[in-house]
Design a protein around this ligand. Structure first.
Ligand code: PLP
Length: 426
């Protein structure tokens, strides 16, 4: 078989199964093209993408402005390493700092690397600024978190599938219940060695758990009171996904006025990834003000690819698209429409219990237990009906389309989803 021959779906799946490590369980569909809100499989069938590569493709597949920026920069200068300066990194750092309202940015590539960076930054700040005794710093995290796959990060996961037989684990983390402000206060009060609180503004992987409207505000106030860094992992919720530039919003240049229900909360450390590149290239970043970021000195941390010229060009273009195409506003408006349509359906449904989310980060809860394969089978039927989504946990299906969707397209998707769910009503 010549490499360039067009494979059938089955041939492509067989190759992955034989030669690839089995670390994922993909929906059986083999894609070879994407544009905007659509993807196509190798047989030419067209689908709405309702996962957006876990919210990396907020700007839509192969956005021409982002792809052009990438191609142009790749043809000019792709990688210098940080041993030398390049003429794109500083421009990008200034752009992103002004965009999100922070003093400094530390560039990395993947979300997990950015989370690791934030943890290291937080610990160093704890010893050098807060004055915690060496090796004693603790970072508070939440139950059912998802922050990535490195050894340290899975050390404070409570997903047995992600953890088991990967020990020994990294110490220095205290796990508390999500959306429980009393638990946070009690932990801060009881322990003077706490350096930071790492939190997802909405728990995406856990099944799109939206905390109470005042949770983040109160958590931030407690962090201030106890001199602890509030670290927001916005790898999934950031970049307009939830109807605001950031789910925490913060002191950002966001044009939307959708901060009514959950007021601005400015993280001390902001972690971004996924859609900061529009999904065309791995780009991640940690942002903080000087009082925190300045603890990092030459040699303390780094990455060969972090902050490379292509990443810088791509991220600037991707953020411009978010601003110029009003993606936060669109996500806010379409999200409301989506949930109200689904809520209408749920009134008479036996198979769906509820829809929840913010902006275009939503999930439905299937009326069956976690071990059942109902949600998986619904996703297979959605695929057959032209829409791609995937269960997060056994009985939860996440719906997160690209934010460049139009209202007409969204209503088309809603009718596909309703039609599919009807096949499963009894
Ligand atoms: C996806 C994700 C990560 C990890 O990002 P990778 O690029 O896969 O390493 C971290 N935190 C959150 C909230 C995520 O959704």
């Amino acid at each position: 078989m010549a490499i360039l021959d067009q494979l059938t779906s089955q041939q492509a799946i067989d190759l992955e199964n034989k030669y690839g490590a089995h670390n994922y369980h993909p929906l059986p569909v083999v894609l070879n093209r994407g544009e905007g809100v659509y993807v196509w499989d190798v047989e030419g069938k067209k689908y709405y993408d309702f996962l957006s590569a876990y919210s990396a493709v907020n700007q839509g597949h192969s956005h021409p402005k982002i792809v052009n920026a990438m191609v142009k920069q790749a043809q000019t200068l792709a990688l210098t390493s940080r041993a030398f300066h390049n003429d794109m990194l500083g421009k990008y750092e200034k752009f992103a700092c002004e965009f999100f309202g922070f003093d400094k940015l530390l560039p990395m590539n993947t979300g997990a690397e950015a989370v690791e960076t934030a943890l290291k930054l937080c610990r160093k700040w704890a010893y050098e600024v807060k004055g915690i005794d060496e090796n004693k710093a603790e970072i508070i995290v939440c139950e059912n978190n998802f922050h990535g796959r490195t050894t340290t990060i899975i050390s404070f996961s409570n997903d047995p599938v992600a953890r088991k037989n990967f020990g020994p684990y990294t110490n220095g983390f205290i796990k508390i219940e999500y959306n429980n402000i009393e638990a946070l206060e009690a932990t801060l009060k009881a322990n003077s060695n706490v350096a930071g609180f790492l939190v997802e503004p909405i728990q995406g992987e856990a099944g799109v758990y939206v905390p109470n409207d005042d949770y983040l505000t109160k958590a931030k106030a407690l962090c201030e009171k106890y001199n602890v860094l509030f670290i927001a992992d916005e790898v999934q919720t950031g970049i307009a996904r939830t109807g605001r530039l950031l789910a925490t919003c913060g002191n950002c240049s966001c044009e939307t006025k959708n901060c009514d229900k959950s007021p601005d909360v400015k993280p001390d450390v902001l972690i971004l990834g996924k859609a900061i590149s529009g999904g065309v290239y791995p780009v991640s970043a940690v942002l903080a003000n000087n009082n925190v970021m300045d603890v990092i000195k030459p040699g303390n941390h780094g990455s060969t690819f972090g902050g490379n010229p292509v990443a810088a060009a791509v991220a600037m273009a991707a953020l411009e698209v978010v601003r110029d195409e009003n993606l936060a506003e669109n996500a806010y408006k379409l999200g409301d429409l989506f949930r109200s349509e689904l809520n209408d359906y749920i009134k008479t449904s036996n198979i769906v219990n509820l829809v929840r989310g913010k902006g275009l980060l939503n999930a439905i809860l299937i009326n069956d237990d976690e071990e059942s394969d109902t949600a998986w089978n619904i996703c297979l039927a959605l695929r057959d009906n032209g829409l791609l989504a995937k269960p997060t946990h056994g009985n939860i299906i996440r719906f997160a389309p690209p934010l460049v969707m139009t209202e007409a397209q969204l209503l088309d998707c809603v009718s596909i989803i309703k039609k599919t769910l009807k096949q499963f009503e009894n």
